[in-house]
Design a protein around this ligand. Structure first.
Ligand code: ADP
Ligand code: ADP
Length: 229
């Protein structure tokens, strides 16, 4: 589903590469953690998958396509196949829960009927049934993250990328968010989550890919993680 072949990303000739000769394959249906300290290259990896950045050398393949060969007018189509969740939720503050999720369908031109059918299903999946009319500021952090996840998956992407999704949440709330991500993965979505939350990684026992200074230093199934910072 995601394949990096000897990928190096240099932003700035005077510094070391952000990613340095990365080879990695994540199969359809996998759940993988991308771990490593701040500056190790996790965000760069995710940005390369989304083609927000391009590899300096090497190849990035997503859903069978070399992303460097996708013409720019087709990049939105690539991104439609990838849901993204961030640490800071990024909800639309003036839309309620339903509206935030529906908006993701509206922008790709889905009709009212399919929106009215699909949005409640996804809201239920993330555990927010009954909160459709709440505004973001009326929700806890964990609930806001559930809305963000609902919005990320409502168009049924094959891949869900999560960049520190539990970074602003307390441990108990984080466990609830991980249960939602696990359920989405069990429904067939490939999940890649960048994190330095070692408690979460150790409780899930999934694949762990560890970066240090832009290189993969470990790739373990059912792995653990000890954050050094
Ligand atoms: P992480 O997500 O693990 O914190 P990043 O991918 O953000 O790591 O950063 C990897 C390295 O690349 C760091 O040294 C960072 O300073 C550098 N970097 C990231 N984005 C840029 C950018 N847009 N321009 C220049 N350097 C960058
Ligand atoms: P996080 O790891 O918390 O997601 P990052 O440190 O990766 O945040 O980067 C946040 C933003 O700042 C990104 O858009 C990235 O491109 C930019 N950035 C990161 N490091 C640098 C840098 N050294 N020089 C310029 N821009 C950077």
């Amino acid at each position: 589903m995601i394949r990096f072949e000897n990928v190096t990303k240099v932003y700035d000739q005077k510094s070391r590469p952000a990613l340095d000769g990365v080879d990695l394959e994540i199969d359809r249906g996998d759940f993988a953690f991308l771990v490593g300290p701040s500056g190790s290259g996790k965000s760069t990896f995710l940005r390369l998958v989304l083609r927000e950045e391009q590899a300096t050398t090497g190849e990035v393949h997503v859903a069978g396509k070399n992303v460097a060969r996708i013409p720019s007018w087709r990049v939105p189509k690539l991104r439609r196949g990838i849901g993204v969740v961030f640490q800071d939720f990024r909800l639309l503050p003036n839309k309620d829960v339903f509206g935030n999720v529906a908006f993701a369908m509206q922008v790709i031109g889905q009709g009212r009927h399919v929106i009215r059918e699909t949005v409640p299903e996804v809201i239920k999946l993330v555990g927010l049934e009954g909160k459709e009319r709440r505004m973001p500021h009326e929700l806890s952090g964990g609930e806001q993250q559930r809305v963000a996840i609902a919005r990320a998956i409502v168009n049924k992407p094959g891949i869900l990328l999560a960049d520190e999704p539990t970074g602003n949440l307390d441990p108990a709330t984080s466990v609830g968010i991980m249960n939602v991500l696990d359920k989405i993965n069990q429904n067939g979505t490939t999940v890649l989550m960048a994190t330095h939350d070692d408690d979460i990684v150790n409780s899930m026992r999934r694949r762990v890919v560890e970066l240090a200074e832009g290189r993969i230093v470990r790739d373990e199934t059912g792995g653990e993680y000890t954050a050094m910072i």
